[in-house]
Design a protein around this ligand. Structure first.
Ligand SMILES: [Zn+2]
Length: 338
């Protein structure tokens, strides 16, 4: 009997061979342009609001920073909240960061809060309250609530008994049926949040980076590939190859983009950020983004950055740990790069 395992392996190799043939017939700039175009097409299109609305929901002053919660509307028919963290005691325009959470309960999880908005005074979880770490370093931060998590779960999922931990499945499947993707929807909102951040009077629009963890790092690299004004990126608990992680390990359906392997493997897609500063971070015992795949991605990206004469803009840290945020080198590196 001939099983599907070998068939899938052969399909992966055939897709890789086809990519090579197409690439060989292109100049470097043609290739790059096609990757961006195909990435954009694979995500699906979303209608944006004509007039963006912003509503201030909360403003709290702490000793070292100010925390605002603002409601933004970017994609027509949707609105969402984001935290904006502003360091105190700084003069001049601030460098800034989009801080993007992955699976979990939303922006509160990275801003030192419990799901109900009360302060999280216990031991921090794998997210290490990373938005707070960034504002501590003197950067303004926006942490948008990504659709499908926390208070942005679908009502139908919140009503279920027991409720699922997120609404990725229902959102992703219905979007796929309509020729769109959940990554596309999330990135459209993130790009709108970037615009809002860039327009804040406190922020230097020329010095805005992005930091994402896990599913948030997926959104971060796609947003940075499509939005060239994002100056630098830190991708945590995600850089890998599709072969070693996304297609080898059971992941949430929100990680799967139709046809993406016909366009490129993951390191090459992340390489669309070159020559902009890029930091790759991963735990050496991360079970879902394995270290051997991370090392392959680093090698491929080093080759890409070298070919652009930008090797000094690429840094990485394989820290001792699991699927979690570390930040021991990356956050300070980001501040220096901005
Ligand atoms: Zn998901």
């Amino acid at each position: 009997m001939r099983r599907g395992d070998d068939f899938l392996e052969a399909l992966y190799e055939e897709t890789a061979d086809n990519r090579k043939v197409r690439q060989e017939a292109e100049t470097i700039s043609e290739h790059r342009g096609r990757l961006i175009r195909e990435l954009r097409e694979s995500l699906g299109e979303f209608r944006l609001v004509e007039q963006r609305s912003v509503k201030l929901l909360e403003r709290v002053e702490f000793e070292d920073y100010i925390r605002e919660r603002v409601e933004l509307s970017i994609v027509d028919g949707l609105a969402f909240a984001s935290y904006v963290l502003l360091p105190k005691g700084k003069t001049g325009k601030l460098p800034a960061v989009l801080a993007v959470h992955g699976h979990g309960y939303g922006s509160r999880q990275i801003c030192g809060l419990n799901p109900d908005g009360t302060p999280d005074t216990g031991e921090s979880d794998g997210y290490r309250h990373f938005a707070l770490q960034l504002v501590d370093k003197g950067m303004a931060v926006i942490a948008p609530d990504v659709i499908g998590f926390g208070e942005r779960m679908l009502q139908v999922d919140l009503n279920a008994n027991p409720p699922p931990s997120n609404s990725c499945y229902r959102l992703a499947t219905q979007l796929l049926m309509a020729g769109k993707t959940l990554t596309g929807l999330r990135v459209a909102e993130l790009c709108g949040a970037f615009d809002y951040l860039a327009g804040r009077v406190e922020v230097d629009a020329e010095r805005i980076g992005i930091v994402g963890f896990s599913g948030g790092a997926l959104l971060s690299y796609v947003a940075a590939a499509l939005e060239e004004r994002i100056r630098a990126a830190v991708l945590i608990g995600f850089p890998n190859t599709f072969k070693d992680s996304i297609i080898a390990v059971h992941h949430c359906i929100c990680n799967y983009t139709p046809g993406i392997l016909q366009t490129a493997e993951l390191p090459e897609l992340i390489g669309l950020l070159a020559p902009r500063p890029l930091f790759l971070e991963s735990g050496d015992r991360d079970p879902i983004f394995p270290a051997h795949g991370f090392e392959k991605a680093v090698r491929e990206l080093r080759r890409l950055y070298r070919s652009e004469g930008a090797e000094d803009h690429l840094a990485y840290d394989l820290f001792p740990g699991v699927h979690e945020v570390n930040g021991r080198r990356s956050f300070e590196w980001l501040r220096e790069m901005l």
